[in-house]
Write a protein that binds this ligand. Structure first.
Ligand SMILES: Nc1ncnc2c1ncn2[C@@H]1O[C@H](COP(=O)(O)OP(=O)(O)O)[C@@H](O)[C@H]1O
Ligand SMILES: [Mg+2]
Length: 375
């Protein structure tokens, strides 16, 4: 049976990746012109995919660049950051290679513990720093190593906003000081918390101010996405009605669109009709419903009602307007504002800010559709 072409995680090849041509070009151009990039979008829109796609192009076109990808989502301190970076470098330069053995020698100078994950075989590094100085010296050593490679290094740091959670006070300043000395490394700072990322890179009082080019990742163009979806379903045909439903129901938020298409494809229909698409979407919600119900236990009743209200409205501008509050009985404007903040903080609501308006939607599109259908 032919494999499902709709990925809902990871990256395999350009054939299964839709568009992002301009973004890939911009990213490559920044890299080749010595510019650093800040890549921002809501979660699951396709940032990591874009980075891996760009890395794929670099290797396919044999560009003289060494791409390295580090995800710091799970890091809680600068020490974790250094550990994660070391592991990424080790993974890129295996010990058997001459660069790898040089790196291993350098690393051992910092007296780490090194073990190998039995499942993946990947190296795991542990540090026991005795002073902040030693920690900073190690970090500088890692950057210096990358900076001294013959081939320019592209270092993508995913979930970069995480550095603001570290207990150390000077992390931003320290990273900025080191990174600006590394002329042979192109940095890509990637993040999904727009407000925090904006503060880091556009607040004149902060170290990274104005140091990068900003690249915002939006939704994939509807016509381009339709053509991609039709091509992947072929020889099965997709009716216009079904196509509209797929893109509308998932709001063209990449992960959700991919997931619904994956679910539909799994049924191997001869024709993708609106009935098939609707059935698949219902099935997704059924599978998720126990997860969604758990969310209710984590927030207050008023917050839950607010979530339902926003889901029913799809997207709301005047969340604290008297009409909206009365219609859904969600308390006073003051309370509503507080709940809004809290739900946005928990990433249950997505805040979209344009020059003229500020609107809210339920972040997880499936949760939004489930709330809408259930209440
Ligand atoms: N351009 C694309 N074409 C097809 N699928 C994509 C594309 N971009 C992302 N995806 C899919 O959507 C999922 C979520 O994207 P991801 O890159 O992880 O988002 P983010 O890093 O912004 O949270 C990915 O796992 C991938 O399978
Ligand atoms: Mg990501």
């Amino acid at each position: 049976m032919n494999a499902n072409p709709f990925l809902a995680k990871g990256y395999i090849s350009p054939e299964l990746f839709c568009d992002r041509e301009n973004e890939t070009k911009t990213l490559l151009s920044n890299i080749q012109n010595g510019l650093d990039t800040t890549l921002i979008s809501p979660r699951k829109m396709g940032k990591t995919g874009l980075i891996l796609h760009t890395f794929y192009k670099i290797s396919e076109e044999k560009l003289p660049l060494t791409p390295i990808y580090v995800d710091i989502f799970a890091t809680l301190s600068l020490k974790d950051f250094i550990k994660t970076l070391s592991e990424a470098i080790l993974a890129e330069f295996p010990e058997k290679t001459s660069i790898g053995s040089k790196f291993m020698t350098l690393l051992k100078g910092y007296r780490p513990t090194i073990s190998y994950d039995p499942a993946s075989g990947l190296p795991q590094v542990g540090f026991n720093f005795v002073s902040p100085n030693e920690q900073e010296y190690t970090l500088k050593g890692l950057f210096d190593f990358l900076n001294s490679q013959k081939k320019r290094v592209v270092l993508a740091i995913d979930e970069f906003q995480q550095i603001t959670e570290y207990p150390e006070k000077n992390v931003e300043a320290l990273l900025r000081t080191y990174t600006q000395q590394m002329h042979n490394i192109s940095f890509i700072y990637c993040g999904s918390k727009k407000s925090i990322m904006s503060q880091i890179f556009t607040d004149a009082a902060r170290p990274f101010y104005s140091s990068t080019r900003q690249l915002s990742l939006g939704k994939i163009d509807a016509d381009i996405y339709s053509a991609f979806i039709r091509e992947k379903f072929a020889p099965a045909t997709v009716t216009d009605e079904a196509m509209y439903y797929i893109l509308e129901w998932t709001r063209r938020h990449t992960f959700y669109t991919q997931s619904l298409c994956n679910e539909i494809f799994a049924r191997r229909p001869k024709t993708v009709s609106i009935d098939v698409a609707r059935k698949a979407s219902r099935e997704i919600l059924e599978k998720e419903s126990s997860n969604f119900l758990q969310i209710r236990d984590l927030i207050t009743d008023q917050q839950w009602r607010m979530l339902i209200a926003v889901a029913k409205e799809q997207s709301v501008q005047g969340v604290t307007s008297a009409d909206f509050l009365a219609k859904y009985q969600i308390g006073s404007a003051t309370n509503a504002r507080r709940n809004l903040e809290s739900l946005t903080d928990k990433e249950l609501l997505l805040e979209t800010i344009t020059p003229t308006e500020r609107s809210y939607s339920v972040y997880n599109v499936f949760l939004s559709r489930w709330l809408e259908a259930t209440y």
